[in-house]
Ligand binder design. Structure first.
Ligand SMILES: [Zn+2]
Length: 283
């Protein structure tokens, strides 16, 4: 992502935001969705990985603190994290029935209608935690942006990896990121006048030809580097200036993806002994 230091302008809308902080040095513990998501959702860290399978997620803590919780999924559910999806008060699937082996159009903009209903929710004063599991830049890249939004060409032409050039890989991947930038912009537009914060974290990185590696099949430094940024509204920033200042101070530090559990709870202004300060970017 451009916001994390990449040379191409793949996140131009994010780059124009004022209350946004880039966290370029997030190390993902895993490089597969099914292992990475439960790790991110729970109190698991490098030394206590089993917590991803023995404890509940941050959603449960938000519920206990009085939040209304929603999970909007634009990916398949997987046995390793379906339990956490079901912790949410409301679980919505968009593009249900699609799988990563189907190659027709599969776009994150389809998340917006259920997001709108999660935000209104019948109760205007309710505090909301909304988990958006976007499809983002997952393989097959061309399915995850509209053809008209392809800025970089030539794009991938074959699903057989070796039949494409490295540049085609990079172009199609960058097109997915550019489209994601537009999707997340629409999310922020809905939150701009609320007391709101968005934490974006990818579940792993991707290889685009570095040392001959593609997608995220092998353990490399690229697949371990998870994209991450945090944005908040003016209201949120003025309400929690100390959290925002700490975030700016901590942004360039290296964190493991374990930071998410502790940081999101603090972002929600929930006090609990489960927060480990060393993983909390808002402390
Ligand atoms: Zn994934």
């Amino acid at each position: 992502m451009q916001i994390n230091g990449y040379a191409r302008p793949t996140t131009p809308l994010l780059a124009k935001e004022k209350n946004v902080v880039s966290l370029p040095d997030i190390e993902s513990e895993y490089w597969f969705t099914h292992e990475s998501v439960p790790y991110i959702m729970t109190r698991a860290d490098h030394n206590t990985k089993d917590r991803a399978y023995t404890e509940r997620s941050f959603i449960d803590i938000f519920k206990r603190a009085g939040y209304h919780t929603s999970w909007i999924s634009n990916q398949e559910s997987v046995p390793t994290f379906i339990y956490f999806m079901k912790e949410a008060d409301k679980l919505t699937y968009v593009n249900g029935g699609k799988s990563l082996y189907i190659y027709d159009s599969w776009l994150d903009d389809d998340v917006l209608p259920p997001l709108d209903s999660a935000l209104t929710n019948g109760k205007s004063n309710c505090r909301n935690l909304i988990v958006i599991h976007s499809i983002g830049s997952h393989w097959w890249y061309n399915a995850h942006y509209p053809k008209s939004a392809a800025r970089w060409k030539p794009e991938l032409t074959s699903r057989v990896i070796t039949e494409n050039s490295r540049q085609q890989f990079i172009n199609s991947y960058d097109n997915t990121v550019l489209y994601s930038d537009s999707f997340w912009h629409q999310v922020r537009e809905r939150l701009r006048h609320r007391n709101a914060i968005v934490i974006y974290l990818s579940d792993h990185g991707e290889n685009l030809g570095e040392d001959g590696q593609y997608t995220h099949a092998n353990d490399t430094k690229e697949v371990r580097n998870a994209a991450c940024w945090i944005w908040c509204s003016d209201k949120y920033k003025s309400r929690y200036p100390e959290k925002y200042a700490a975030l700016e101070r901590n942004a360039k530090k290296k964190y493991n993806t374990a930071f998410l559990f502790h940081s999101i709870i603090d972002a929600g202004d929930i006090s609990t002994p489960y927060i480990d300060k060393k993983y909390d970017v808002f402390k």
